[in-house]
Design a protein around this ligand. Structure first.
Ligand SMILES: [Mg+2]
Length: 110
């Protein structure tokens, strides 16, 4: 299993010499998030079976995020580890405050 560090290194190697400017990476990431939203729209609003396309767009978003992180020399794995620790601290409170309603909404919307 590749780590986020491995993915950043691999992508940096593959894209070597054809990196976008940093701003291009931001715009590219937004473009891919828009395409991801389009797939969710097709599935949720129009009942289309597009799980493969959704997975492809999820991968595009990850590639875009990694490009952005690489262009700013951000250690995504390290940033993720810090963030998930902060989130873990909040989970008991969120579970108590929102858990029941979110369960109800999942039952209604998913
Ligand atoms: Mg795409």
């Amino acid at each position: 299993m590749k780590t986020l560090r491995n993915l950043q290194d691999e992508q940096g190697h593959i894209m070597s010499g054809i990196e976008h400017p940093r701003l291009g990476n931001v715009v590219g990431l937004f473009e891919e998030v828009g395409e991801l939203a389009q797939e969710v729209m097709e599935i949720e609003m129009y009942g289309e079976n597009r799980k493969n396309e959704l997975a492809d767009e999820c991968a595009d978003v990850l590639v875009g995020l990694i490009s952005l992180c690489n262009s700013y020399d951000i250690d995504l794995e390290g940033a993720y580890e810090k963030k998930i620790l902060k989130i873990k601290d909040k989970i008991p409170d969120w579970r108590e405050k929102y858990g029941d309603n979110l369960k109800k909404m999942r039952g209604k919307m998913d």
